[in-house]
Design a protein around this ligand. Structure first.
Ligand code: NAD
Length: 358
C-alpha cells in the first residue's frame, strides 16, 4: 500500500475549520483507492505566536521538511496586527516558502458552469475559463536588494526596492510552466514589461530560449498592462500565464476574481522536495468560528497535492469531480449562495463532498 505523510498546518481564523474538512476528504479518497495518508498537525502563524512567541518554530519547519507535502490553512488576524513585522503570522509563510525552496506558485482559476452567474463579469465572457497563473515566488521586486526607506539630509525620505532576476531563476520557472502546460492545453503566455524594465527584457529572452526544448507547447509574450486588460476582456484566450513575483501577485488575484469567490480557489507552491498546498484566501477573521467558511478551496488544494506531489491523477480527478457534483446538486456555502440553492455550512460541505466521492 502506498503511504504518504502530510504536514497539516491549520493556522488561524477559519484555517482549522476548512483544513478539518479537507483532511476528511483526503482520508475518504485514501480509503477509496487504498492509499495510506498519514497526517501530522502543527501550529503556524498566530496560533504559534500565542503558544511559542514566534510564527514558525524549528519543530514545525522540521516536520514540513520531513513530510511528503504540506497542507496549510491560512494565517493572520487582527489579534496579531500590532506586532513587529519580523514576528507577524505572515512571516511563517515567507519562511516556509524560502526554507522549502518553493519558487513556483500555481494558481488555477476555473469557472464552474453552475457558478458562472457568481462572477461580476458577463456570463458569455467567463464561461469556459480555465487559467493557471504560475507566479515566480522567491525573487523579483519582493526580495531584491537594496531595499528600504532612508532619510535624506534635506529631511525628505527615499524608498527603494529592486527587481532582480538571474538566468537560472528564470529558466527554472519557465521549465515549470512548460511542463505544466504539457498536462493542460499546451499554451503558455509569458508576461513581462520588456519595453520598460531591463530585468524583464532578460526574462523574455530566457523564456524564449527555454521554449526551444518545448516546441510542442505554444508560447506568446504579453506586456503586464495588456495582460491585466485581456484578463477581463477575453480571459478564454489564456491557458497558462507565467510571470515574475509582483506581476503574478496582482494578476493571480485578478484571475481569481473572474470566478466570483476566493473561497473556491486552491494553490500549489512547488520547486523543492516538498510541495505546499493552500487556499488562496486568508484567515477570514470576520466569519471565523461561525461554521460558515467555504472549505472547497482547501479541498481542491488537496486535489492539487495528489496531482503535483504524488502523481495520483485519478484520485485528484475524483476529488475535483466530487466538488463539481455537489455544486451541480445545489449545495452552496454562504459566499457563493444564490436563491433556490441549499445553504450549506463548512462541515456539511465537507460531508457532502465525502459522500459524493462514494
Ligand atoms: P481574506 O481572504 O481572509 O478575506 C477576504 C473576504 O473573503 C472576507 O470577507 C472573508 O470572509 C471572505 N472569505 C475568505 N475566505 C473565505 C472562505 N473560505 N469562505 C467564505 N468566505 C471567505 O482576506 P483579508 O480579510 O484581507 O485578510 C484576513 C487575514 O488573513 C489578514 O490577517 C491577512 O494578513 C491574512 N491573509 C493570509 C493569507 C494566507 O494565509 N495565505 C492570505 C491572505 C490574507
Amino acid at each position: 500500500m502506498n503511504k504518504y505523510t502530510i504536514a497539516v498546518l491549520p493556522g488561524d481564523g477559519i484555517g482549522p475549520e476548512i483544513v478539518g474538512e479537507a483532511v476528511k476528504v483526503l482520508m475518504a479518497v485514501g480509503k477509496k483507492h487504498k492509499i495510506c495518508f498519514e497526517t501530522k498537525e502543527a501550529l503556524v502563524g498566530g496560533a504559534s505566536i500565542d503558544k511559542y512567541g514566534i510564527p514558525l518554530t524549528e519543530e514545525t519547519l522540521k516536520l514540513a521538511n520531513s513530510s511528503d507535502a504540506v497542507l496549510l490553512g491560512a494565517v493572520g488576524g487582527p489579534k496579531w496586527e500590532g506586532l513587529d513585522y519580523s514576528i507577524r503570522p505572515e512571516r511563517a509563510l515567507l519562511a516556509l516558502r524560502k526554507e522549502l525552496g518553493l519558487f513556483a506558485n500555481l494558481r488555477p482559476a476555473k469557472i464552474y458552469p453552475v457558478l458562472a452567474d457568481a462572477s461580476t463579469l458577463k456570463k458569455e465572457i467567463i464561461e469556459g475559463v480555465d487559467i493557471m497563473v504560475i507566479r515566480e515566488l522567491t525573487g523579483g521586486l519582493y526580495f531584491g536588494t537594496p531595499k528600504g526607506v532612508e532619510k535624506l539630509p534635506d529631511g525628505t525620505e527615499r524608498g527603494v526596492n529592486t527587481m532582480i532576476y538571474t538566468t537560472p531563476e528564470i529558466e527554472r520557472i519557465a521549465k515549470v510552466a512548460f511542463d505544466v502546460a504539457r498536462k493542460r492545453r499546451k499554451k503558455v503566455t509569458s508576461v513581462d514589461k520588456a519595453n520598460v524594465l531591463e530585468t524583464t527584457e532578460l526574462w523574455r529572452r530566457v523564456v524564449t530560449k527555454v521554449h526551444k526544448d518545448y516546441q510542442d507547447v505554444e508560447l506568446n509574450h504579453m506586456y503586464v498592462d495588456n495582460c491585466a486588460m485581456q484578463l477581463v476582456r477575453n480571459p478564454k484566450q489564456f491557458d497558462i500565464i507565467v510571470t515574475e513575483n509582483t506581476f503574478g501577485d496582482i494578476l493571480s488575484d485578478e484571475a481569481a476574481m473572474l470566478t466570483g469567490s476566493i473561497g473556491m480557489l486552491p494553490s500549489a507552491s512547488l520547486g523543492g522536495k516538498v510541495g505546499m498546498y493552500e487556499p488562496i484566501h486568508g484567515s477570514a477573521p470576520d466569519i471565523a468560528g461561525q461554521g460558515k467558511a467555504n472549505p472547497i478551496a482547501t479541498v481542491l488544494s488537496v486535489a492539487m497535492m495528489l496531482r503535483f506531489s504524488f502523481n495520483l491523477t485519478k484520485e485528484a480527478d475524483d476529488i475535483e469531480m466530487a466538488v463539481e457534483g455537489v455544486l451541480n446538486k445545489g449545495y452552496r456555502t454562504a459566499d457563493i449562495h444564490q436563491p433556490g440553492k441549499k445553504l450549506t455550512g463548512c462541515k456539511e460541505m465537507g460531508e457532502v463532498v465525502v459522500n459524493e466521492l462514494g
